[in-house]
Design a protein around this ligand. Sequence first.
Ligand code: HGY
Ligand code: MN
Ligand code: MN
Length: 410
Amino acid sequence: MPAPGGARAVARCDMLGVSPYTDMKDGLYRGWLSPAYRAAQEVVTGWMEEAGMTTRRDAATNLIGRYEGLNPGPALLIGSHIDSVRDGGRYDGPLGVMLGVECVATLHAATRRMPFPIEVIAFGDEEGSRFPAAMLTSRAAAGTLAEMPDMADAQGTPLALALASFGTAPERLADARHAPALAYLEAHIEQGPALETEGLALGVVTGIAAQLRLRLVLEGRAGHAGTTAMPLRRDALAAAAEIVLEVERVGRDRPDELVATVGTLEVEPGAANVIPGRVTLSLDIRALDPALRDLAAQAILDEADAIAARRLVTIRTLPIHDLPASPCDPRLTRILTEALIAAGHPPRRLASGAGHDAMAMAALCPTAMLFVRCRGGLSHNPAEHVEVVDVEAALAVMLGFIDRLEAVHV
Ligand code: HGY
Ligand code: MN
Ligand code: MN
């Protein structure tokens, strides 16, 4: 393992990218509360303790490392997530946690204590890749989750059973609410091409796009592919295909401000000689401007209704989540920008189309985010890549941010 710092943070992300920290062969998938997730929590617990932190797991299964300050009181939180998408990259999430660990390790090695405690949080469910919801554990910590939803994963494992295997239960949700905090800082790969295109290593996030996620269920009529004449069909997949292209058309209408995606499509009964009777598709719509996002969503749903009616297919729209746009805190963003400039970087600021736990934590305390260049802007892809030199730069800026917070802390 490399020496403490950016290289070690990257090496640890790489280590977490392979067995036993993944639930899939030949790639990375770490679902919340899975065996790989448990193994990852265990090894990150050791890294947090090695850095001088005490550790605990909250009632929503978040792993929290704590580095005491000179005084008690609200802590500076530094975090991100350790779950992943299916066949994902190694740095989306873990990099922010490893950088938090390196910040504390650096302070600990210098026997420095801040006037405030520092906590490093490894959230468990930012991606929503195992259960059909997302950001459950950061919303639990922020106190904005009304209840732990009664849901199951694709294998039929109830969330309550998975939580029980981690020694907690949906009823203990309220215990996960975090104490008031000083600030939340998240370092994350940009997951977009702006920094690389401009030859920049780092950028400060101004805000995170509003994110609406729905599930559309189309019901037609299954039938024999060989004997059902075309005009008599109520083909749910043909209707879904028209809707997918409509989603893309609406997104392309406002390419600089809006994205709209159908990421999953389940066809039933799913046989080559059966006309699809039911199709379930996901719909993900985002924009920094919530009004634009909602207008686009309505336009898509109106056209989907018309397509379904034309094809004698019924359509149901089920909500998955509605995450409001989350501006980062202006004061913290200024402090982070000062740290960026002091470390010799241009003060590039940019918005985030990707969602982050910072969106949830904004309900608890002021937030700030630091973006790190990633190769080709690629993410949610095994080819995701960061350069150690950029991660070293991120660590230096984060330490500069902490120093500035110390200077202004009263
Ligand atoms: O979907 C997102 O933006 C995040 O990667 N979960
Ligand atoms: Mn992600
Ligand atoms: Mn992420």
